[in-house]
Design a protein around this ligand. Sequence first.
Ligand code: IVH
Length: 672
Amino acid sequence: MKKNSALKETVLALKKEIQEHNFNYYVKDDPIISDSAYDNLMIKLERLEKQYPELITEDSPTQRVGMLSNTAFNQVNHIKPMLSLSNVFHEDELAAFDKRIKTDLGMESVNYAVEPKFDGLAIALIYEDGFFSLGATRGDGFTGEDVTHNLKTIKSIPLKIDTKSLPSRIEIRGEVVMFKENFLALNKKQEELGQKVFANPRNAAAGSLRQLDSSITATRPLRFYAYSIDFEGIENTLSSHSDSIKLLNELKIPTSNLVKNVTDVVGLLDYYHEIIDKRQGLPFDIDGVVYKVDSLNYQDELGFVSRAPRWAVAHKFPAEEAESQILDIDVQVGRTGAITPVARLKPTFVSGVTVTNASLHNEAELLRKDVHINDFVLIRRAGDVVPEVVSVIKSKRPKNIKVFLMPTECPECGSKLKKEEGEAILRCCKGIQCPAQRKQSVMHFASRKAMDIDGLGEKIIDQLLENKMISDFTDLYTLDLASLESLERFGEKSSKNLIESIRKSKETTLGRLIYALGIRGVGEATAKDLAKEFGTISNIKAQTLHSLEGVDDIGPTVSCFIHNYFNDLKNLDLIDKLINNGVTFKEEVRKEVKFVSEVSEKVFVLTGTLPTLKRDEAKQIIDQYGGKVTSTVSKKTDYLLAGNDAGSKLEKAQALGIVVLSENDLIKWTEE
Ligand code: IVH
């Protein structure tokens, strides 16, 4: 008995010691023992655990590697959506941001927390009772992928944190990155082994995290930097973003050591320039800096717009530019028939990849930039965005330049191209009768955020269309093993795999299905909103232009596209075919909206601290009764729900003659 408890103590002390060394090495960047001394500690622990397996705990450093994910990554629904940041590129946009914050808060001066914008992968870590229990990617912001087994291999992420004084469930968000020098070494190794090389550190980090076998991830040196912590009751414990960073540091979770506090636009710009100067020397890639209103109370007051907080902004660095030459220009037909002129370039290395094509957007842009074949040009590549031609280097203009004229007929189907009124873009209006649009629509349908048909890439789609095995995306569900096996370079195994992924895709959600249809103007977020708001296809079909416009982010143009789509028999036929071919989708549960005339369909703004309700609770009540909460007081506001310390919003509401409510009024109206 005694021996056992002594052993337990030894193992516990070893685990603590190893984690401490991980912290010194990966977070503080200041190891205090040699690599071999560290290895010896690990060997000692492994031996003891082998001998006494009952002493193995889930937070043991030996448990970081070796976990296999079950065939695919499970979906994880984020409790709070993982949002994006709005971007600014220029000083005037930044000044406008600072001004808006001051006006909305009614303040002369604002304190910001500022930090680098990591160019990596957004990740959420969940700790339950102190143990790292779940790690997920951002995914579409609402649903990500469970990559816990791979995140456990990142030694700077503690498997256990000391949360004695904190609640049992904590969510920490941040980015996983790969250091630049590790990325170069990894690519060198990959090349030597004849394996895939990565375009940049972010892709290398993403590829490493999407491994089913965590022992592969363990060989890829990844780092994690946290930028937020969230738990029930946070408002009572922390008052600012800087407090959150301090708490993260106390918990020994890595954060950037470049986090600072500054005041007003002058402070923001100074920081931007300071980081630009440091950028090259940083071990990881960053693509800008992030400015956040420091006070959590003010953050709450400013709220969110669409999918981004109003209290933060990313100041992006200018995209990297390089010189190239246009060898030729041709046009591409997009999924919705848009004709885009594309420059074929002399291969040029920019932002980590060799670029051979760049978009010229449309005819007006081509004329404005005065682009000719053979011109020398500056090209730009920002993140994953398609490279574009920025400008012509006129001083280098060669004698043999040639004018490029936009075609009048679709290069793919020969139909006459049209320009809609007020639009700069030429279009082929043949829809999926045009082979280019047909192919793109199938590619879009199969893509990851749509029906997610793994293994159905462009080359296979080409073959399926050429061999007339499919004529549109609905036919994918009629493919069988024998016909796939007849395709060139398509063996039994790949055919089976593809049939299986097609089968799996049949079970989907309404949001994904709507997105997969490829309706003009309907991106992933809008598709989800439509699904949530209307619940079924037949309900969406029944909507008027006006009611469609009632959905967040849908304006008159997109509502028209949606309305036209669902009023075209050809499209309804496609949907019927999908359903007849076995596609099923979870109909999003329509929220049960209760009605009281005082709240339903009214626009509310909240300000100040309410006596009993938390801000989220008040919002929930208003939402439940079909009211809407916005963050700025305007003529459209029906009520201002004001608590203690209401600031400028109260003054503005009074000036506009808007009814000011107390929490009690809201409770009375909604009491059953
Ligand atoms: S704060 C509400 N801080 O940028 C969103 N995000 O567009 C709050 N990112 O993928 C995010 N560095 O993961 C924040 N220092 C930083 C960041 C950062 C990188 C990423 C984030 C997300 C994207 C948001």
